[in-house]
Write a protein that binds this ligand. Sequence first.
Ligand code: KG4
Ligand code: ZN
Length: 391
Amino acid sequence: MKILAIETSCDDTGVAVVEVSGYGRFQVFSNEVSSQIEIHKKYGGVFPMMAKREHQHNVVPVFEKALEKASLLIKKPKFQNQKPVSASQLKTLKCILAREDALFEKLINFLEKYEKPDIDYIAIVHGPGLEPCLWVGVNFAKALSYLFDIPLIPVNHIESHILVNFLEGKTDKKIFPALSLVVSGGHTQLILVKKIGNYKIIGETRDDAAGECFDKAAKILGLSYPGGPIISKIADKSDRRRASIILPRPMMNSKDYDFSFSGLKTAVLYKVRDFESTTIHSRMVAKKKFLKEMCCEVQQAIVDVLLKKTFMAAKDLKVKSIILGGGVSANKELRKQFETQALKFKIPLLVPPSHLSTDNALMSAVTGYFHRKDIISWQKLKVDANLRVGK
Ligand code: KG4
Ligand code: ZN
């Protein structure tokens, strides 16, 4: 069974192709991601309408590349002079892609050149995420489903951050019930996973997400976007033992499983103001030292809170494993400290490879496989920007 997956929930345009044989044995044919970081960097964050425009331009080329890598891009014979679509198909396509002119043109171009790809299912991320961005992927998937008569499987982006951990097919009973910590730019959630497809959110952030805190702190510190990887890189150079800056760990000792990161960002702002008012600007050495210490402390404050709440919940709920997912789980220090703690608590820890922690379409393909029975007609598929896992 070949699954093509499309992911456009934020600022990465992703298309992947996998073949699944037997129970959960995935063969990855391609996993293409076109990042918009260079565009959003200038503004220090993602602008949904700008991201939508980029997805519109990128999705067909990324789709083409993913098919090519999967050896599924078949050129039409040159002598075939007929129109790529009939008049009635053109009308429906125009209707599906009414808000995506650039995409429509690129798709027609594709249809002129290439045959229908040999795909059994299309897994499509329909939420949660930035609404205008999600619509690009969803409308593209609808158009493909309509044209080629390929069934659609709607995919939840958060669930896909969890299920990417099952790419190697480790779905044995020893894992469940599991506790998943999904930490991304838009979400910080603790989710009880009774089994694949059965979820309950037991705690989440009341304000900013952990990734958002990394990004906002970076901006305050004059660093680029996305802040997480940059803060992590600078923190690596810091001598932890000599650090003198102390930031708060919001809600770390509360009895619930919720989080709050907006206060941490504000604390960073106050520290920067204090430093600037008391330090002579020409003292570059002091500035560099301050930056390194700040990055180290921001990272540690976030990791401390995530660690404490996750292991507290894991103990309370007597889960058999902990599953990490989401962009922030690419953080080296976070991974190291979770691994140490998991060894101490003697609990298995599942962590995706770093390049699969951040957004990609392979995770959507894996999720599509587990939901292959939940197909939906293209007419019924909708975006749900606030989609949640569980009931
Ligand atoms: O899951 P993701 O790729 O996109 C969303 O669904 O939001 O997560 C993106 C977030 C960004 O906030 C980014 O700063 C953060 O993940 N991130 C990291 C690291 N790599 C990405 N945060 C900390 N350390 C990293 N190495
Ligand atoms: Zn994500």
